[in-house]
Design a binder for this molecule. Structure first.
Ligand code: GLU
Length: 327
């Protein structure tokens, strides 16, 4: 009897040791930097965190999401080690890794920036109050226009677009530097006439902007200046603002033309391989259910999620892409 008891006890100890040794020793906390809560980055961080946190027991990784000022803030916070991951416009990723002249990283290439994957398309979008009389970009002259806060990705897209159309953003318009999440309220309160936001569609921000009492219109961002801008930079491409069906309150009767970029997911070379491996694997292994988490993901394929990246792919992510036959 005593022998049976002892051997059962022994087996129980061995079994529990095996269980314990399978589970990760400690929890690794990782934070994803996103954007304003009415944009698409914030729910994107949530979607990624959701699929990774499901395997919390297996990986010992706990993902949380932070609302931030946007792409530029996210690159800098990931580089400073304040965030492990960030959602960043593809143009901003390119500028950061190359230290592109005229960008926030002019002459200061961010050597440790690493790409994980790319996500939904983002369109440089301009919306204006009908009573402000802005039907084309040229009509912006003399108007109060929010071009975005300095930490945002879209501020530079607005400046690039204005400059390309021969509008001096410092002299010809009254430029505001407010966060995108606040812009719909300011537009409805008649404190601004128009605002720019580079973002995936549909989103809560433009739903809010177009659903109020003050009637608004999406304004095309087109012309030979824009053609030249898109031709100059590898990260810009012609794009559409899908107004129809998404924003019934807007005064447009069709979709409108503009240019755009892609949202991408980045990290630092200093983030451990196993963490980045787990994130890439869970997003791609759960691709079909991930895709359903936001309507802006409907165009995603596993292949196009590996396009539009300028920084080197993080080795942890690369390990998964090789295993999955994607690279
Ligand atoms: N593209 C914007 C930025 O980089 C954010 C868009 C969003 O939050 O969906 O600041």
């Amino acid at each position: 009897m005593k022998r049976l008891f002892l051997s059962t006890l022994f087996l129980a100890i061995v079994a529990s040791f095996c269980l314990v040794s399978q589970a990760p020793a400690k929890t690794t906390f990782v934070t994803i930097g996103t954007g304003g809560i009415t944009g698409v980055y914030y729910p994107t961080g949530g979607a990624i965190a959701k699929v990774v946190n499901k395997k919390r027991d297996q990986y010992g990784i706990r993902c949380t999401v932070e609302s931030t000022g946007g792409s530029v803030f996210n690159v800098n916070a990931v580089m400073a080690g304040d965030l492990e991951f960030g959602v960043v416009q593809s143009d901003r990723q390119y500028q950061a890794v190359n230290g592109t002249a005229g960008s926030e990283w002019d002459g200061k290439p961010q050597k440790d920036l690493r790409a994980v994957f790319s996500i939904h398309p983002e369109t440089c979008t301009l919306v204006a109050a009908v009573d402000a009389g802005v039907k084309t970009m040229a009509d912006l002259k003399g108007k109060r226009v929010n071009i975005g806060n300095p930490g945002s990705g879209h501020r530079k897209n607005a400046i690039d677009a204005l400059t390309a159309m021969g509008i001096n953003w410092e002299k010809d318009i009254h430029a505001e530097g407010i966060k995108a999440a606040e812009a719909p309220g300011l537009l409805q309160d008649e404190r601004i006439d128009a605002f720019f936001y580079t973002v995936g569609h549909p989103n809560g921000n433009f739903k809010e902007a177009t659903a109020g009492k003050r009637k608004v219109l999406f304004v095309p961002i087109t012309g030979s200046g824009i053609d030249a801008l898109v031709g100059k930079w590898p990260y810009y491409a012609k794009a559409i603002v899908p107004v129809t069906g998404n924003y019934p309150g807007a005064k447009n009767d069709s979709d409108i033309e503009s240019f755009g970029v892609k949202a991408t997911f980045v990290t630092s070379a200093k983030v451990p391989d196993n963490v980045v491996y787990a994130v890439a694997k869970e997003v791609f292994d759960n691709f079909e259910s991930f895709k359903k988490l936001h309507p802006a993901y409907k165009v995603l394929t596993k292949d196009n999620m590996l396009q539009g990246l300028s920084a080197p792919i993080h080795p942890g992510a690369m390990k998964y892409y090789k295993e999955a036959g994607l690279k």
